[in-house]
Design a protein around this ligand. Structure first.
Ligand code: ADP
Ligand code: F6P
Length: 472
């Protein structure tokens, strides 16, 4: 087994098995923010990515992707159901997103979570060089840092959570809360998207495990674990360069023509997820049409909603409801050849997605809760001509950085409508000034700066301290 100095461990590999329209089997870039963030970062580094390839059964052998070695971890049908769909996406995901849907607790799911985390930890232990660095990602793998430290105490271990970390009153619901916290504390550095998440984590380490904890350091087992906020980013320069390509600009012009040359295009791009606020947004749009504040001929909405976790009941219910809503709005307000909503559920290649960003006068990103939301950052990076208004939820991590966006509370329907109208009606100077400041922020705070700040904090971590008795 060849070993690497840097190992990334994430539930998903950057490529996913899928079936092409002609029925052939093909490998495709995996959807989602984690891959969008890490893929450009690792390109051409001597790293190994440990992850799952998207199917069930034996692990396929994958070729290197852009020079990065792919090390596949297999999931059985039962692991997929109880670990991925169950504990990860029907317990932790809703709980960590403000419990906007009811989290479910099942002991069988917890067993699967432990089993799969053990498998990932063993795989990482095999492929990491002596004294190497292992960077564990996200909520699917919270036990891996602790398990890996037992297997390979020589390693430096980082953990980064891409999703929100909830306040104690929600986290305390978890039947196995102490084990989860302890698992994360196996890392030398635990990174979060926002400072509030690090604060929540420190409070829980003190309350549940009785550890000495501040918002920057936690003492455990004679070690110091550093914690902090490292808001994840995108490859800004690459996104801007793609958007500036003549063929992308031309594609954007064609798209506008195909949309019937409306005065304004509103775009939303989400995974089909109940955290993304799709239903609330469609409701706001419908009310604006019903009141005559906007007209279909002048303003069109393009909603891209790529299906996600589509065997989980809450996701199936959401998709049915969204499609019912889209059908109803188009039936009520569309005309022949002029739908009120252009609804697309297909995955797009990067160039097509960026052409869509270029055509959007208003980008509506209104999740009920989101760790970061990279779509918002991608939109800003793609607006190379300095135009375009970003409507952004206060509850997306991105709102802490993109303060010049039109910020809205997506739970407040009237506020959402006013925000959308404000973005649609804003004067060009206001729009340009806001966009300029957001673009400047992203030019300096890109994915390379993110990795550098996380990895240098990880280098500095690992001093000894005393331990306080548990008070639980
Ligand atoms: P999440 O991590 O919850 O999926 P993010 O907004 O952070 O949300 O990241 C979503 C990523 O997936 C972005 O990089 C976006 O470009 C990509 N994406 C979303 N929808 C599509 C689609 N239909 N086709 C291709 N990529 C998509
Ligand atoms: O951080 C959010 C996240 O769960 C990522 O881990 C992943 O990139 C994305 O959402 C997509 O989700 P899934 O891997 O379940 O399709």
């Amino acid at each position: 087994m060849r070993q690497s100095p840097l190992v990334v461990v994430a539930n998903r590999l950057p490529i996913d098995d899928s079936v092409a329209p002609d029925g052939a089997f093909e490998w495709r870039r995996s959807p989602g923010g984690l891959v969008s963030a890490l893929h450009p970062l690792l390109r051409h580094t001597p790293a190994t990515w440990v992850g799952w390839a998207g199917g069930t059964g034996p692990a396929p052998d994958l070729p290197d992707v852009d020079g990065v070695r792919m090390h596949t971890v297999p999931l059985s049908a039962e692991d997929f159901r109880d670990h991925y769909e169950g504990f990860a996406n029907a317990t932790l995901w809703p709980l960590y997103h403000d419990a906007v849907e009811q989290p479910e607790y099942h002991r069988r799911w917890w067993e699967a979570y432990q089993r799969v985390n053990q498998r990932f930890a063993e795989a990482a232990a095999r492929v990491a060089e002596p004294g190497g660095l292992v960077w564990v990602q996200d909520y699917h793998l919270q036990l891996v840092p602790g398990l890996l430290r037992e297997l390979r105490p020589d390693l430096r271990i980082g953990f980064f959570l891409h999703v929100p970390f909830p306040p104690p009153e929600l986290f305390m619901q978890l039947p196995r809360r102490a084990e989860l916290l302890h698992g994360m504390l196996g890392a030398d550095l635990v990174g979060f998207q926002r400072a509030q998440a690090a604060h929540n984590f420190a409070q829980l380490a003190a309350k549940v495990l009785g550890l000495p904890a501040t918002d920057r350091r936690i003492g455990v087992d004679g070690r110091v674990v550093r914690i902090g906020a490292f808001p994840v980013a995108i490859d800004t320069a690459e996104m801007s360069a793609l958007a500036a390509r003549p063929e992308v600009a031309e594609r954007a012009r064609r798209l506008r023509q195909d949309l019937g040359r409306p005065e304004q295009v509103i775009l939303s791009v989400d995974r089909m997820d109940y955290t993304k606020g799709i239903e609330q947004r469609l409701k706001a749009y419908r009310e604006l049409l019903a009141n005559g504040d906007i007209k279909v001929r002048d303003t069109v909405l393009v909603q891209v909603a790529v299906p996600s976790r589509d065997r989980v009941a809450q996701y199936q219910i959401l998709r049915d409801r969204v499609e019912h809503q889209v059908g109803r709005i188009n039936g009520e307000f569309g005309r022949v050849g002029e739908p009120a909503i252009h609804y697309l559920t297909q995955p797009f290649d990067r160039a097509e997605l960026v052409a869509l960003y270029r055509v959007a006068d208003v980008m509506a990103v209104t999740p009920l809760r989101d760790g970061m939301n990279l779509v918002a950052k991608e939109y800003v990076a793609a607006r190379v001509d300095g135009t375009g208004a970003l409507l952004l939820s206060e509850f997306a991590g991105a709102a802490s950085e993109l303060e010049q966006a039109y910020l809205v509370n997506p739970h407040d329907l009237d506020g959402l409508k006013q925000g959308l109208l404000a973005a649609l009606r804003a004067g060009p100077e206001d729009v340009a000034a806001r966009m300029r400041s957001m673009r400047e922020h992203l030019a300096h705070n890109d994915i390379h700066a993110w990795a550098a700040s996380y990895l240098s904090a990880l280098e500095e971590s690992g001093t000894l301290v005393g331990r306080r008795p548990a008070t639980r």
